[in-house]
Design a protein around this ligand. Structure first.
Ligand code: ITT
Length: 207
């Protein structure tokens, strides 16, 4: 059936479409439906995902998928966290945002163990027009590198190397970043959240 993907971020939209496509779900974006963008007033990824999914489901009268996500740097007390998008500023300048993460990292005591450790979080919320929600979360651990490397992906991908790999997310194809079955069990935070959703309530992907 028809569903809405409640995001105005083109990089995220492409990934969410990729992750839904194998399940035969036809998705239109909140942008294409010209849905208003609600204010993200929550104090957690899950709360913000719920705000976006419920607003879109009510406005479009269709089931809606929303992802609220971000990069959490352990040695920076979890920053930028739920403010990851806002660190890009109104111009959505993630080169600047990555520079700012790096500038803070070099101020962290060099002896602090694993000061470059970080993780991405994706809170995925599916909402129905009657307000019902189902929620899933995916996390991927990794290390921040400097300088940034790679041109693929979006946001903070050029400085994030997932655990067990040597390339950044921006040096991987979308298929590698997702690593969904049959290639893998889900690599990115978003792929892992979608895998939990699929295990909970979707038909298995068609071959
Ligand atoms: P919507 O709210 O419209 O979906 P947004 O970009 O504002 O778009 P978020 O509030 O969830 O979305 O912010 C998430 C930010 O975290 C995003 O802008 C990226 O900078 C970063 N981020 C999330 N997932 C990422 C990924 O897979 N790779 C790189 N950066 C990511």
């Amino acid at each position: 059936g028809r569903v809405v993907i409640a995001t105005h971020n083109p990089g995220k939209l492409k990934e969410m479409q990729d992750l839904l496509a194998p399940h035969g779900i036809e998705a239109v974006s909140a942008g294409a439906l010209e849905l208003p963008e609600p204010e993200e007033t929550g104090d957690s990824f899950a709360a913000n995902a719920r705000i976006k999914a419920q607003a879109a489901a009510r406005a479009a009268e269709l089931p809606a998928f929303a992802d609220d996500s971000g990069l959490c740097v352990d040695s920076l007390g979890g920053q930028p966290g739920i403010y990851s998008a806002r660190w890009g500023g109104p111009e959505k300048d993630f080169e600047m945002a990555m520079d700012n993460v790096q500038a803070l990292l070099v101020t962290v005591d060099a002896l602090t163990a694993d000061r470059r450790r970080a993780h991405f979080v994706s809170a995925l919320c599916v909402a129905w027009p009657d307000g019902h929600v189902e929620e899933f979360e995916g996390v991927v651990d990794g290390t921040l590198v400097w300088p940034p490397r790679g041109k693929k992906g979006f946001g903070y991908d050029p400085m994030f190397v997932p655990e067990g790999y040597t390339r950044t997310f921006a040096e991987m194809t979308a298929e590698e970043k997702h690593s969904m079955p049959p290639l893998g069990l889900g690599l990115s935070h978003r792929a892992r959240a979608f895998r939990k959703l699929a295990e909970a309530c979707l038909a298995p992907p068609a071959d």
